[in-house]
Every structure is written in C-alpha cells, then in structure tokens.
Design a protein. Sequence first.
Lengths: 342, 329
Amino acid sequence: MAAKNGRAVAELEEKASNGRKTENERELLLGLYRMLVKCRMCDEKARILFRQGKYAGNFYSGVGQEAAEVGAAYTLREDDWIAPSHRDWTANIIKGAPLNLCFAQLFGKATSPDRGKSTPAHMGYPPIHTITPASSIAGQLAVGTGVAFGLKKLGRDSVVVSFFGDGATSLGGFHEALNFAGVHKLPILYVCQNNLWAESVPLRLQTALKDLSDRAKAYGFPGISVDGNDVLAVYDAATRAIARARAGEGPTFIECKTYRWYGHSEIDPAKYRMKEEVEAWKKRDPLVLFEKTLRDKKLLSDESKTKVAQEITQEINEAVDFAEQSPYADPSELAEHIWAQE
Amino acid sequence: MPRTITMIDAITEAMAQEMERDDRVFVMGEDIGLSGGVFKATAGLYEKFGEERVLDTPLAEGNIIASAIGASMVGLRPIAEIQFADFITPAMESIVQQASKIRYRSAGGYGCSLTVRICCGGGTGGGLYHSQENAAWFVHEPGLKVVMPSTPYDAKGLLLAAIRDPNPVLYFEHKKLYRTAKGEVPDGDYTVPIGKAETRRRGRDMTVVTYGYMTTLCLEAAEKMSKEAGIEAEVIDLRTLAPLDREAVLESVRRTNKCLIVHEDKRTLGIGGEISAIIAEEAFDDLDGPIIRITGPDVPAIPFAPPLEHAWMVNTDKIVAGMQKLAAY
C-alpha cells in the first residue's frame, strides 16, 4: 500500500516536473521570440532614422543575423561580458541595456553611455559589461580575450562572448587571440557571424576554408558550424559552450552561417551581391523560421504576435523621443575622459 | 636604506616589491618567466611568485598588450614587457587604438591601468632591429603616459608610479643604462611623480633638455664645457615624455635664454621638434639664440657595423659641438 502510494507520489512529482519543464521551455521560446522581434524592430528603426537624417555617421544593420546574435547572448548572466563589433549594436539590447540609451547612442547624445564620443553603432555599456567597440576589426576580439584572461585570473566563473564577422578571421590579431585563449583555456565564446561578405569581399576571396569553425582546430579547442538563422541551433551551441567555459574547459568557436540583408552600412547599396542570393536568404528569415516553430507548438497566434509588436513599438517610440530630446555633450567635454580621475 | 645598485636591479626590485604589496599586479611577456628576461629584468620573479603571476606568453606582442588591457579592465594591474622597442610594431593596434582610447571612447566607463615595460636604445651593437628608441611614436597619442628614467633611483620610483597609475603608462628602459647606471636607491617604497622633469645640473648660460641615456652624455658634455670654456649649462632630464613638463623647460629657458635639445631618436618629428615649438610659442621673446637640436639622424634605423653605429649615435663630442655653437650667440 505504502509502495503504491509512493509510486503515485513519484508519478505526480514527475508530472509536476514535466509541467515545470514545459513551462520553462515555453518561457524560453517566447523570450527568444520576443528578443528576436525586438532586435529586428530596433534595427529597422535605426535604419529608418538614419535615412530620415535624424542622426549622422552611419549604421551597420544586423537585420537577417538576429538569430545568431540572440541565440548566442540570450542566456548570458549579468556578470558575463560581450565584446561586440560594429554590427552588434543589438547585443546591448539582448544583454539588457535600456532602449533609451541605445537610441541615444545612435543620436550621439550626452545621455548615451559614451556621451557621444563613439559612433552610432559602436555601443558599449559598462553596467552590463558590453565593451565599447573600436572600429579596428579584431581589435575588440583581442581585448575581449584579455577580459576572459582577467576573469580567469580572478577565479570568477563569468564568460565572454566575442562577436565578429567572417572578415575578422583573416587578421593577425584574431590568430594571436585565439591561440592565447587556447593555451590558457580561457572562458570565451568566439561567435563568428559568417554572412558571406566582408563589406564587399566575398568569402571565397577571404579564406580557402569551407567552414570557418575549422580554424578552431589550429588553436586546440572545439569549433562548430551551425545554421545561424536557426535561433535554437545557435542557442543550443552557445549553451553548451558557455557551460564548458564556466567549467574551466576553455573556449569554443561557433560559426553561425547567416546573411545580412542590407549593405555593409547604410551608405552601401551592396550592388556587388546577386539579387538571387539576397532573395534566397530572405526566404530563410530567422524570424519567420522561428515563428513557424512557435506556431507548430501552438505558442504563437496572430493576436499574441501583434501584441508583442505593439509593446515593442511603444518602447521604441519612447526611446526615440528620449534620444531626440536629449542634449548633445557640451563642447567643453572634448578633452574629458582622456585620463583617469586620480 | 639607500644602497648603490644598478638600474636593472632597481627595475627588478620595483616589480618584486609591488607584486608583494598588491595581489593584482602580475607580469607577462616573452622569455620573462623561466629565463628571467633577455636582460634579466625579471630574474627571480618566477621562482618567487610562480607562473600565475609571472607569465611567459606566446610570441605575439599585439596579444601581450591586448590581453593585458583586457585583464586591467576587470581590475588587475598587469605589467607587460616588450622585449625590444623594435618589436612593438605588432602591438600598435593594441596600444594606439585600444589602450589609449578605451577610456575616451567609453567616456570613462572603462579604464586601462596598464604598464608596458619596453627595452630600447642603441649603442650596444644591436643593429637595425635591436636598437630603436621610438618613444616619440607614443607621445603623439593622448591617453598614453610615456616615461624614460636615466637613473636607478628614478627607474624604481617611476616604475612604482607607473604600476599604480590608473592610466596606461609606457615605461622605456635604455638597455645601455641597465648595468652602467649605478646609484643610490632606497630599499623601501617610494614613487617618482609622472609628469615632472628633474634638473640634473644647474647653469646660467644655456638650458639642455634631454632624457634617458642622453642625460648621462649631456652631463659629461656640460662638465667639459664648464672646465674648458667656463660655460655653465643647465641640464633638464625630462623623465616623462608624455605629459611633458612644459613649465620646467620654459622656466629654465626664460632664465638662460638659450636651449639645446638632445635625443637619441631620429630628428624629424622627434621630441625635440615639439619642445622647440613649445619654446617658440611660449618663450620667443626670451631667446637669445636659435633652438638647436642634437639628435639621431633621419636614417631608418641604427646600422650594425660599428663605425656606422658610431656615426649614428649622439655622443659627448656632438653635444659639446652643439653647446659651443649655441654659446657663440
């Protein structure tokens, strides 16, 4: 009798546990979806604002690559770091930067984290540990590797995600950093968003490799290539790599095969690409692909989709207002922040 | 207690004492651990502090600096060694684009408390790629502090100041001074302030502005001029090249009304050019003669063959000739 009751309890517990798992999965999938939509909408808004002449400089759209960005950064903890590149303005959004600051960054306003010093897409925000990028490709990756080195020396279990494109893998600094990370088993994920074009240079002129993840072999740590338009594929790879890094087992190279829909920047019409290539990739829109997954699981309806979009639109509109109304830094700030205040 | 020690020993002592005092401090570079450095600047540190804090790095100067920058961003205090100033070029990206700009581009959000020890200088038969004194490259980059000691006392005090400075400091060491410069050095803790020049010799007739190894030669030349011609030169050792101690130079020039600038580095766009411009802008009315520079020539680097190297190097005779020329005004 007791045994029978015991089994019943166990069954009930298992059921409850499955329920929790289902609930957790549901929360995760909807969270990923919302973040994908948020990144897409913010990025498209950034493009529109630039084209409207609302801010100067330039913008490097990551539309089409959101699954790689969100999948890799979504599970990071507050104490984890991101070393973004020029196309990773949205990495700040995923890591939790308030949208007000992100749009103030585009406008170069004094309310942005760098008070208008860095260009629109080069955003970092120290409270969430995103490193303000330099424009020099792979320079960021090397410094991010140094942060991982420092974290390991301090005995912390935080990790670094380094975002970069296919072009960055050709630089000497890339090799030096990955070699060092391999030697010291540093807690870092090298997330390469291979979008097939480094500005206007096609991949075939960048490297003889078919899979950029093969580069990891040279540094003695694992490299994998995933469908960069499949957010769950990236998420799974990143989750495993993060666990590996936290456990002190070292870096992982994740190549996300993806595609940028627009030019290198907003002033690049990208006429060097074949229309057919662009159209084929747009048919593999990471957002549409994931929507289908959610609809199949009955987690998304037209109604809930509209609701998400409406909420984000409102958030964006408020952020744009904030950015527009914010002041520029006073010219007297020109020579500030060169030296530490002792 | 002050003792008489060499410059290289003063440098080693500064690192050892600071590592003892501050757990955040560590050293990294090529051949600095097991071998104790090609000039033995880190001798004994590996045995004392272990690999965790005395790290032999892969042969990649760019990454030595980049990884040190990253480590400093999470609160550590790295001392990175560049074995020869000639090999600093692969690290230009890390130093010029990252170390000097990370604070500015993040409006103070991120900082970089980094010391880079760089062995430099000619006159030892090192040839084209083991002799360069290229500190001026970095003086052009606001955000970087650049120092170069000429005495063992300053070597220790400036290095301790550099390690504790919350900004990136490039600390140039002239290899010719490592074992030839000997002097009194306290065994305890002290710092030499960054940004302050030191007057090594008082004189009424002309100001000689110099730094590093050249300070020794300028002092020799000044003694010679004093004995042979009764000309009394004031010798200012800059010690810090960025930020320059403009006031020390201007105050002296306003008294002596003449200025000779001496450096080993190439002439064009060298430190001498900048100091000349500062004097021309700020003390034009005080000058009784032209500003004269005695410098290395505009030749790509110091050639190997001894007569060629000798022809490159600034020496006491060249400095005396410059002093005589200036004294004639």
